[in-house]
Design a binder for this molecule. Structure first.
Ligand SMILES: Nc1nc2c(c(=O)[nH]1)N[C@H]1C(S)=C(S)[C@@H](COP(=O)(O)OP(=O)(O)OC[C@H]3O[C@@H](n4cnc5c(=O)[nH]c(N)nc54)[C@H](O)[C@@H]3O)O[C@H]1N2
Ligand SMILES: Nc1nc2c(c(=O)[nH]1)N[C@H]1C(S)=C(S)[C@@H](COP(=O)(O)OP(=O)(O)OC[C@H]3O[C@@H](n4cnc5c(=O)[nH]c(N)nc54)[C@H](O)[C@@H]3O)O[C@H]1N2
Ligand code: SF4
Ligand SMILES: [Mo]
Length: 717
């Protein structure tokens, strides 16, 4: 068999770059950017291009494993499914659906079919406890979308292709690309803002790679952005820059919003943000003078204590200045699929009655939901392509919790750190081993400037016994005697498809995943799979455009944008105390998160090239003056502590860390990972050991884990 070339698209991050993959005997031998792809136009990053090294690792899971006294041993698929089904059935009959939970990890979040089947699986057991990384990265935006625009799925994105002023808050596109907007190579688009005479500001405690490349860096004290936004809003109103007619026509709650901002002068907020009033006013000047301006914030702010309030204030500013639904401002895009809205009546957690956001429960209370006794205690957990032990706060409590489960099933392509706690580990598929369409952020929420659509067939066959997660869940449902999605016809369809799949040729026509994808493509009025195969470089659709949202598609009961949601207005009162605390703690070191080019959350360290040389560990990044104050020197070990938990790691003196911010990259701490031979040799530590979890630690309305701006103690070891 000779080498085969396939055009596909990368499903590692939101950019979804087009790739040309060459394979031989179902092994990837080369990956190149697809220069003909309609949106990525020849761009791809090192992680997409090195995907082959990751997935062809000798550590790849190729058969089901079962925990035994001294580790794991192989077990056949029928045996594994039968045992899991029986145990699940018993837990369900004794304790009901509230004792069953799932965690859906980030990588598989980009695959439409398995994620959909996981929700069908939970429904089969009347289970609603779905944990995801959303409360580690973006649930504040969903929560904000519900309040301002009427639905979690109603989101806006900056029209960066036409913007004349972009204020990017807590975002680092040079390393991470962007979130809640699909733009391959965002730095090129952002550079174009400057080239056409516009202005870019980076509001960030760290002088980032992006800020070094272009634009103006404005250093802010971590976790104080809410005060910056209040000061900005105050100044906008003070200047008389509100577009009152637009507000009257399309928005509601302006007076309450204006009241909120009144006490927060630029001078007052500067005391805690350390962004001078003069600097803030200069940014307001630029923002108001621009013909199309946007404030955009991302994970750096989402992970702070006030991510939801920042989102609210930022979008309220964009709205009242006329930049919402305006060219160069922020746009509410149209998805490709027909829009569905999350149910408005969502459950609340048994722990502290915390609201679910976008149908998911905060990961910050996962340990509590498992450990706290009583009705509703989680006893069975299904983890699909997630590594919560390394990626959620409170790692030590989570380790206890996972040990306490009666049934813990991990489905992944590797035996990761979390899987060490599992009763069964089941081998799933890599994204290149499945057919797919793009991520729901774009197909449902329309978060892309240039609308386009892709379909990819599977590029290679999976190894040995690895199998589609969708099939795994369907089979477990059958073994536990609960029909998929609580629908007997659906389970029948699933069983029949599985039988037919064994017949050559016919099988490939009746595979449920393909039928599902075909149905989705048809719902988007794009023909079917056959039609989409004619567009291996992606299919361009009509672009998102301004003037298409206000007065037409706003989903709130009043059909107007809600500028002052009552529960958010009420929370502003709590800010006076926070402000005073900030002044008291002005010299404290605040921990922030830092993403690295060669790292992707917790999974990229099992590739030699990504952990070569001094990349074999994470570091504590600290400014030279802060290091001196705390007796730290380059290369020596430091101890970072919070609430009695601590980690030890080497120091990197880094004057890019401003205003008392220190950073420790996450996703490290692989020493116990017996299934990851390369990562296990690395030295890094798991920063989530010191990130607090539990109901009191999370943002109360959106469930976001507080990861940025956490006050910690630091000393030399
Ligand atoms: N301290 C701190 N913690 C953080 C963050 C932070 O900034 N700081 N960031 C948070 C964010 S934004 C996120 S999204 C989460 C991510 O958190 P998680 O989703 O829990 O973890 P990941 O490391 O993304 O990957 C989980 C698993 O996916 C598997 N995987 C990788 N590719 C594939 C694939 O193609 N198919 C399948 N089936 N599996 C695959 C890997 O083997 C890995 O075991 O981490 C969060 N945690
Ligand atoms: N190479 C690489 N790329 C990735 C990932 C990865 O792990 N590695 N992860 C992917 C995932 S899952 C996600 S969600 C996206 C996230 O992508 P982004 O949303 O861009 O998030 P980060 O790269 O974490 O950048 C957040 C920035 O916020 C800053 N920051 C921290 N605290 C504060 C604060 O209090 N205020 C302000 N204003 N800024 C603050 C940090 O210094 C950092 O520069 O990246 C994706 N891309
Ligand atoms: S930028 Fe994201 S989508 Fe593009 S190649 Fe890199 S990881 Fe893949
Ligand atoms: Mo994320």
């Amino acid at each position: 068999m000779s080498a085969k070339q396939h055009k596909t698209f990368c499903r590692i991050c939101e950019a979804q770059c087009g790739l040309v993959v060459t394979s031989e005997h179902d092994r990837i031998i080369d990956i190149k950017p697809n220069k003909d792809h309609v949106t990525s136009e020849g761009y791809a990053c090192i992680k997409g291009l090195k995907m082959g090294d990751f997935l062809h690792s000798p550590d790849r899971l190729t058969q089901p494993l079962k925990k035994v006294a001294n580790g794991f041993e192989p077990i056949s698929w029928p045996q594994a499914i039968a045992e899991i089904g029986q145990r699940l059935k018993s837990i369900h009959s004794h304790h009901g659906g509230e004792s069953i939970a799932a965690y859906m990890g980030n990588p598989i979040g980009f695959n439409l079919w398995p994620t959909t089947v996981m929700t069908f699986f939970l429904k089969a057991f009347d289970a609603d406890k779905l944990f995801t990384p959303g409360t580690q990265d973006c649930a504040n935006k969903f929560s904000g979308g519900e309040r301002l625009f009427g639905s979690a799925n109603d989101q806006v994105f900056p029209d960066i292709e036409h913007s004349q002023c972009l204020i990017a808050v807590g975002s680092n596109p040079l390393i991470s690309k962007m979130s809640f907007i699909s733009v391959p190579n965002p730095m090129e688009k952002i550079a174009a803002i400057e080239q056409r005479g516009g202005k870019v500001y980076w509001l960030n405690p760290r002088l980032t790679e992006s800020a070094k490349r272009l634009g103006e860096h404005v250093a802010i004290r971590p976790d104080t952005d809410v005060f910056f936004m209040l000061g900005f809003l105050h100044e906008v109103i003070d200047r008389g820059a509100v577009k009152f007619q637009r507000v009257a026509d399309f928005m509601q709650g302006y007076d309450a919003l204006a009241d909120v901002a009144k006490p927060w002068t630029p001078e007052r907020v500067a005391e805690v943000t350390r962004v001078s009033a003069e600097q803030l006013r200069e940014m307001v000047d630029c923002y108001l003078a621009a013909d199309g301006a946007a404030i955009y914030s991302s994970t750096g702010v989402n992970q702070s204590r006030h991510g939801l309030m920042v989102y609210w204030l930022q979008e309220a500013i964009n709205a009242i200045t006329g930049n919402l639904d305006k060219r160069g401002g922020v746009l509410a895009g149209r998805g490709v699929f027909p829009k569905f809205d999350a149910p408005s009546e969502l459950p609340r957690s048994r722990i502290n009655n915390i609201p679910y956001v976008n149908s998911t429960i905060p990961a910050g209370i996962m340990a509590d939901e498992i450990l706290a006794p009583g009705k509703g205690k989680v006893r069975a957990m299904f983890n699909m392509s997630g590594n919560p032990l390394l990626t959620c706060g409170g790692s030590d409590r989570l380790a206890n919790a996972f040990s306490d489960l009666e049934l813990f099933v991990c489905i992944d392509i590797f035996r990761n750190e979390t899987a060490e706690f599992a009763d069964y580990i089941l081998p799933g598929l890599h994204s290149l081993e499945r057919a797919d369409v793009p991520f729901y952020f774009f197909t449902m929420m329309g978060l892309m400037p240039n609308r386009s659509f892709d379909y990819t067939d599977e590029v290679i066959k999976p190894p040995a016994q690895a199998r589609d997660e969708g099939l795994i869940f369907r089979q477990i449902c059958r073994a536990a005697g609960r029909p998929l999605s609580a629908s007997k016809p659906f389970q029948w369809l699933s069983n029949t498809a599985e039988l037919l799949a064994k017949i050559p040729f016919i099988g490939s026509l009746t595979s449920l995943d393909k039928l599902f994808l075909a149905g989705m493509i048809r719902s988007a009025k794009l023909g079917g799979i056959k039609e989409m195969r004619k567009f291996p470089n992606g299919k361009k659709l009509s672009p998102n455009k301004p003037g298409d949202y206000l007065g037409q598609r706003v989903n709130t009961p009043s059909s107007k944008v809600e500028l002052a949601p009552a529960d958010l207005v009420a929370r502003v009162e709590t800010l006076v105390q926070i402000y005073n605390d900030e002044i008291r703690d002005k010299d404290a070191l605040k921990l922030i998160q830092k993403r690295e080019r060669f790292s992707h959350n917790s999974w990229a360290h099992n590739v030699d090239a990504f952990v070569a040389g001094d990349r074999h560990t994470n570091y504590l990044y600290i400014h030279s003056s802060d290091a001196m104050r705390h007796g730290l020197v380059e290369g020596a070990m430091a101890k970072v502590s919070k609430n009695g938990n601590s980690i030890k790691l080497p120091v990197k003196i880094d004057d890019d860390m401003k205003l008392g911010s220190i950073a420790v990259p996450h996703g490290w701490g692989h020493q116990q990972a017996n299934g990851l031979s390369i990562a296990q040799q690395t030295l890094g530590v798991n920063v989530n050991i010191i990130i607090p979890d539990g109901p009191d630690s999370i943002e109360p309305l959106s469930g976001m884990t507080h990861m940025n701006g956490v006050i910690v103690d630091v000393c030399a070891v």
